[in-house]
Design a protein around this ligand. Structure first.
Ligand SMILES: Cc1ncc(COP(=O)(O)O)c(C=O)c1O
Length: 402
């Protein structure tokens, strides 16, 4: 069954009692029991809820595993993984430009619990192997990363981590299961900010943990109920609705991102474009191998002073200035002052997260309108368009280079 068919048919039978094509929202906190402790699989909605259970089944099917647990946010999902699978004295390895909230969770919450974090550039040959030690419990992977769209070789990371006895967690938020299947590359757990492409309409905050093995999943599932960071049935229903168009949406997001990358790369006021679909992107070859599309996100480094950067991000016609990404309506942000502001300035500087880096999350509007809007903004900064510096353009996956 192809992915687009799976999003609509897998784990989504019509409602058995009435035949309703779309499952109802079980908006209830509790369930009537037949005898004390005797019920039909549901006693209290923090523990389990039919709408949430249905969404968990769909997400598990889309990532190709059996185990999924939903949380009230992506960070709550990450927290459950870290709480459930690490102990004081353990080490977690992360890549340099991991999502700011993940960075904060590790450095400001888990550090206090005696879990240390080591930053390793997985793109440097041998760097991960040298960093791994018997204390390393988790190797955390984002690919593409937020916000510089770095690409890491997930299969190679899994081989190195497993050889050292560590588990691999992949944050698959940016790629989505449409473009990347981390379990098939060897991952042990996958986390999602469901808030983004999976829900897809900028109206839900939600997170998910998926696991290949029951043993790894059990502590996460326990914490879902024990700590209680669960999403509402209504939010689960919204995500179920959003998922039905996931494949269509992310393909359009990716087409728009590719068009913008191509257009921005030819502008004098753009110092650099970060998009894995560009052949000049350092991770292009790996992306072409491990993904089936290059994703819907891109970042551009403006060659402009801060005032101009601010003008650029606030004066777009179709890109709302805001955190988050992956919704049908385009968003723009300045990571250093927004999504990644929680990372100390010196660390940001070291990681290349400069004040002139702008992240774009193109929606599903027409590419022409988005490109025109961005080029207008760049032109307003002054400086003529030049021959594309990344002139060989975006390579469509599975097709010859352009
Ligand atoms: C890659 C990535 N992972 C995790 C998160 C956290 O998810 P949430 O905002 O749903 O808590 C985000 C949020 O921006 C993200 O971009």
């Amino acid at each position: 069954m192809q992915f687009a068919t799976r999003t609509i048919h897998l784990a989504q039978p019509s409602e058995p009692q009435t035949g309703a094509l779309v499952a109802p929202i079980f908006q209830t906190s509790t369930f009537e029991q037949e005898l004390p402790g005797q019920h039909r699989g549901f006693d209290y909605s923090r523990t389990n809820n039919p709408t949430r259970q249905r969404l968990e089944a769909v997400l598990a099917a889309l990532e190709g595993v059996e185990h999924a647990a939903l949380f009230a946010s992506g960070l709550a999902a990450e927290h459950a993984v870290l709480q459930g699978l690490t102990s004081p004295g353990d080490e977690v390895v992360i890549p340099p430009d991991v999502y700011g909230g993940t960075h904060r969770l590790l450095h400001q919450v888990f550090a206090r619990q005696g879990v240390t974090t080591t930053v390793v550039d997985y793109a440097q040959p041998g760097a991960l192997e040298r960093a791994l030690s018997p204390r390393t419990r988790l190797v955390w992977v984002e690919s593409p990363t937020n916000p510089r769209l770095m690409i890491y070789d997930i299969a190679a990371i899994c081989r190195a981590a497993h050889a050292a006895g560590a588990l691999v967690v992949v944050d698959n938020t940016f790629a989505t299961p449409v473009f990347q299947q981390p379990f098939s590359l060897g991952a042990d757990l996958v986390v999602h900010s469901v808030t983004k492409y999976l829900a897809g309409h900028s109206d839900v905050i939600q997170g998910a943990v998926l696991a290949r093995e029951a043993e790894r999943f059990a502590p996460v599932k326990f914490l879902q109920n024990a700590c209680g960071g669960v999403p509402s049935p209504f939010d689960c229903w919204l995500t179920l609705r959003g998922l039905k168009t996931l494949e269509l949406r992310v393909r359009r997001h990716a087409e728009n991102a590719a068009a913008l990358a191509r257009a921005a790369a030819g502008h004098a006021r753009v110092a650099r474009v970060y998009y894995p679909g560009l052949r000049e992107h350092a991770g292009h070859e790996i992306a072409a191998r491990q993904m089936t599309g290059f994703g819907g996100m891109l970042s551009i480094e403006l060659d402009a002073p801060l005032d101009d950067v601010r003008r650029f991000v606030t004066q777009r016609r179709y890109f709302a200035l805001g955190e988050s990404l992956g919704g049908v309506k385009s968003l723009i942000c300045q990571p250093a002052a927004m999504t990644h502001a929680s990372i100390p300035a010196e660390t940001r500087a070291r990681l290349g997260l400069s004040d002139s880096l702008v992240r774009l999350s193109p929606g599903i509007e027409a590419a022409e309108d988005l490109v025109e809007d961005v080029l207008e903004g760049l032109d307003a900064l002054g400086g003529a368009r030049i021959a594309p510096r990344y002139g060989r353009g975006v390579a469509p996956l599975g097709a010859a280079a352009v």
